[in-house]
Design a protein around this ligand. Structure first.
Ligand code: NAP
Length: 231
């Protein structure tokens, strides 16, 4: 995609009013790019570069009507905080979103999916979700839903990349101007549990929009020392 096309082509940010999505929208507009934010709630105006469309990821067609976006950020979660239980949670939540994107977007459209640390594959042969000291077993269905969504994206006729935030997301300075560090799996526990702030994660997401990267998964962490992992 050329710079000229960048300026004309809005990036669709699903969940663009959330903590991660809003940081992505801020980073897009900081770079002079347009964003179309899709969420159920209507946020205050974010300026001339940002259009808000009220919509639900369970049925994206109305919100995307009249557009054929070539770049989409998926930053949606049904749980803004860890729920007491996952009764009634649809384990195919993310698969259904990816399936809709595959049918609504042009072939090969770029999709950057913000995943969850729990799906990260570790150098001990397991995933973060296998470590109960790092991720509560009760939330496993949520992690599995993310993992299935990532797999669906890999198989979809889209140019998909999953960015997995390190477990320390939001645990340090929220306005850091550090450059993100992207690491391939398998990962050390120290890297998987490292800090990363929302601005750094957002920088990684926006960087990835213009990089062809089908089937890739990266852990995103801030540079520097890892957090101390408690026993
Ligand atoms: N360390 C980690 O691994 C880590 C930590 C935090 C987040 N994450 C991941 O980052 C992503 C974003 O999380 P976040 O913290 O930014 O969440 P958040 O602050 O709760 O924001 C969620 C966003 O999704 C939207 N949304 C929720 N349900 C929707 C629906 N049915 N249709 C349309 N929009 C919907 C919300 O807006 P409305 O409610 O108005 O629709 C909001 O914009 C998620 O994939 C999450 O798992 C990972």
């Amino acid at each position: 995609m050329t710079e000229h096309e960048d300026a004309r082509e809005p990036v669709v940010v699903l969940g663009g009013t959330g903590r991660v999505g809003a940081a992505v929208v801020d980073e897009l507009t900081r770079r002079g790019r347009q964003a179309v934010v899709v969420s159920r709630g209507r946020p205050p105006s974010r300026g001339p570069l940002v259009e808000h469309r009220t919509g639900d990821v369970h049925d994206l067609a109305p919100a995307l009507a009249g557009t054929r976006p070539r770049a989409v950020v998926l930053a949606v979660t049904p749980f803004t905080a860890p729920p007491a239980d996952l009764d009634g949670f649809d384990g195919d939540f993310y698969v259904r979103v990816v399936d809709q994107l595959a049918s609504l977007l042009p072939l090969g459209a770029r999709v950057v999916h913000v995943g969850v640390t729990a799906i990260a594959r570790l150098d001990d042969g397991g995933a973060v979700a296998d470590h109960e000291d790092l991720f509560p077993a009760s939330l496993r269905p949520f992690s599995d839903a993310h993992a299935r969504g990532a797999e669906a994206l890999r198989e979809a006729p889209l140019d998909g990349t999953v960015l997995i935030p390190a477990a320390g997301l939001g645990m340090q300075d929220a306005t850091s101007d550090a450059h993100p560090v992207l690491l391939p799996e398998p990962l050390t526990i120290a890297d998987a549990t490292a800090p990363v702030d929302h601005a750094v994660l957002a920088r990684a997401v926006v960087d990835q929009l213009d990089v062809a990267g089908s089937d890739q998964r990266w852990l995103v962490r801030a540079p520097g020392l890892p957090l101390q992992v408690s026993d």
